[in-house]
Design a protein around this ligand. Structure first.
Ligand code: PLP
Length: 352
């Protein structure tokens, strides 16, 4: 097998790049599809976790960023900009550093996970906190990049979606075909759009035979697509999907309708339960937003949605790594007990 050299090199024929494109890559992609026995029991399906937290900066954002930054560089751009709940900023900052570009990120003040902020800063992006939420930050980023020589690298940038669709290719390559169901968190809705595009293109190219039903999940306090209206003040513990007016709203609805899937909501409580279940029973540590997809399939299983599909395959995208947000992880956990380096004391504690 050829050594992995990043998704542009691997899926070049499906991507908007040419021999002239300078490939800016951190060898992203090629993430594992981990079987999830505890979720098989709950759903009656064969469940796989697409562990996107194992990308270079710890989220799926790297898939789109390698294409967006490579194309920005090809065009001669010097500066890239994004609005971000954190992971886009972390990814843009790393790829801009790798490609020798300046990066400016606009974040909602006070609502960004610690690890993500650390990433943007260590890569020397210029981080500007906006007195407002993500949607406000995106509006001003759109305004600036439309009028000045600065490239927007949010998922409104079509190259982002192109790169992100390769996750669907990898799933088909791994399973030999598309799964029956694909579950995914929905924030700005670029990723559900990208997966659906990827599944359709792969089938068109004869690389897969079927298409999955797309199952998207928003957080209850940030569920504009479910409620069919903009949410002015979105609230959820899952900050990566704390978005009230998704940029890819229409294409997310298309993915839902064309695939005969659904977009539903899950509460913060359900998200946290799934978050702990993944960590405790599957050994997989994700950030809270990622657990929305798992919370969603548990909810659907309880409602009988998967009846009649026994043993069918379902892939759950786990969008980002748990280390991004250590504060949420530690919040309700007890501090380690302190004892002397004494055998008896330790044996007593562990009950031996
Ligand atoms: C960006 C992100 C999402 C949301 O993806 P969209 O494409 O905006 O719907 C979900 N989870 C994590 C960890 C993210 O970084």
């Amino acid at each position: 097998m050829m050594p992995w050299k990043g998704l542009i090199n691997h899926y070049r024929e499906y991507l908007p790049v040419s021999d002239k494109t300078p490939v800016v890559t951190l060898y992203e992609g090629h993430t594992p599809l981990v079987p999830a026995e505890p979720l098989n029991k709950i759903t009656g399906l064969q469940v796989f976790l697409k562990y996107e937290g194992l990308n270079p900066t710890g989220s799926f954002k790297d898939r789109g960023m390698t294409v967006a930054i490579s194309r920005a560089k090809e065009k001669g751009a010097r500066v890239v900009m994004c609005a971000s709940t954190g992971n886009t900023a972390a990814s843009a900052a790393a790829y801009a550093a790798c490609g020798g570009l300046k990066c400016v990120v606009l974040i909602p003040n006070g609502n960004i996970a610690l690890g993500k902020l650390a990433q943007a800063m260590i890569h020397k992006a210029q981080v500007i906190a906006i007195d407002g939420n993500f949607d406000d930050a995106l509006n001003v980023a759109k305004d600036i990049t439309a009028n000045y020589p600065v490239e927007l690298v949010n998922s409104l940038n079509p190259f982002r979606i192109e790169g992100q669709k390769t996750a669907a290719f990898e799933i088909c390559d791994f399973l030999g075909d598309a799964p029956q169901f694909h579950a995914i968190p929905v924030g700005n809705a670029g990723n559900i759009t990208a997966y659906w595009k990827g599944y359709k293109e792969y089938k068109e190219a004869g690389r897969s035979q079927t298409l999955p039903k797309m199952l998207g999940f928003q957080a209850a306090g940030a569920a504009p697509i479910v409620h069919k209206r903009v949410i002015a003040k979105p609230e959820t513990i899952a900050t990566a999907i704390r978005i009230g007016n998704p940029a890819s709203w229409k294409t997310a609805e298309q993915a839902r309708d064309e695939s005969q899937g659904l977009i539903d909501l899950v509460t913060d409580e359900e998200i946290l339960q799934a978050y702990h279940l993944l960590a405790e029973e599957s050994g997989v540590f994700v950030e809270p937003a990622s657990a929305a997809s798992v919370a969603g399939i548990i909810k659907l299983a309880k409602a009988g949605y998967f009846k009649g599909h026994a043993e069918g395959r379902l892939v759950c995208t786990l969008t980002g790594h748990g280390l991004k947000d250590p504060q949420t992880a530690m919040k309700d956990l007890p501090k380690p007990v302190v004892v002397k380096a004494d055998r008896q004391a330790i044996l007593k504690l562990i009950g031996i």
